[in-house]
Design a protein around this ligand. Structure first.
Ligand code: NDP
Ligand code: 8X3
Length: 251
């Protein structure tokens, strides 16, 4: 059975992927910082498939490599890496943004994705096969007001996705970028630092994408025949036409 490693599996898109891939009998390696959430997932999903959890922060490179080296042999042959961990922190103009927020986004969304990929790619090269799914964003295709550093981090993911396709082409490794618009997850809670009222407003007045919608698309992408590689996929809720155009019912 194939093995999938999912970063950011404790919530939102990553958690929905964990459930869907468990249903499809993949062996799961689930990663995140919140160990209680990882434990809950392990307990629940072990009823369906083999689950291994790894608790680490993608920003800390030594922790990333230590965690990935610690993977037990029965899980070591990773077929699919879903680079999903990431968040926005704050929504401020470039002149007002916080340096800590900037570090969290660049270190988590960009460097974290690089560290995890760097730790896993050699195992894929050795096996001459593998699939890397990079979760970007429409924010990596189009900037919006006050999105500055989050957008920059996702533009970087978009560039890395394309670069990985070039560099790994000779090793038979597939690489896909998925770029969602508004998905109703903990994303806005994190962006607005626990201001749940403000977070709820983001998804009010229209039907946002659900984490399960994105998991379903990721599953579709990775289950195409091996000679098929979807490089790039942008997905919006129907009510959203661009990063800045949203048909909201304000009543
Ligand atoms: P959530 O906040 O629900 O999930 C984020 C996940 O990432 C959590 O599991 C969190 O786990 C993990 N994570 C965040 N930072 C770190 C870190 N430093 N180290 C390890 N794990 C980390 O948001 P989403 O599910 O929406 O986000 C998933 C991805 O989708 C992100 O890359 C996001 O940018 C992207 N995206 C989201 C959209 C949206 O509208 N929601 C739209 C487009 C893209 P833990 O806290 O346990 O570490
Ligand atoms: C998350 C979607 O529009 O908040 O990447 O940037 S958005």
């Amino acid at each position: 059975m194939s093995t999938v490693l999912i970063t950011g599996a404790t919530s939102g898109i990553g958690k929905a992927c964990a459930y869907l891939f468990a249903e499809q009998n993949y062996n799961l390696i689930l990663c995140g910082r919140r160990s209680e959430k990882l434990n809950e997932l392990e307990k629940e999903l072990s009823k369906q498939t083999k689950v291994h959890t790894l608790q680490f922060d993608v920003r800390f490179r030594e922790d990333v490599f230590k965690a990935i080296e610690s993977i037990p042999s029965e899980f070591k042959a990773i077929d699919i890496l879903i680079n999903n961990a990431g968040n926005a922190h704050g929504l401020h103009s470039i002149q007002e943004g916080s340096l800590d927020d900037w570090d969290a986004m660049i270190d988590g969304n960009v460097k974290g994705l690089l560290y995890v990929s760097k730790a896993i790619i050699p195992t894929m090269i050795d096996r001459n096969q593998g699939f890397i799914v990079n979760i970007g964003s429409i924010a990596g295709k189009e900037v919006y007001l006050n999105g500055n550093v989050y957008c920059a981090s996702k533009f970087a993911v978009n560039a890395l996705n394309k670069s990985m396709r070039l560099d790994l082409n000779q090793y038979n490794i597939r690489v896909s970028g998925i770029h969602p618009g508004l998905v109703e997850t903990e994303f806005s809670d994190v962006r607005f630092k626990g201001d749940s009222e403000r977070a709820k407003q983001v998804y009010k007045g229209y039907k946002a994408l659900q984490a399960e919608d994105i998991a379903d698309i990721i599953h579709f992408v990775v289950t195409r025949p091996y000679h098929v590689n979807i490089e790039d996929l942008i997905v919006y809720p129907t009510a959203q036409a661009s990063a800045t155009m949203l048909n909201k019912n304000e009543n």
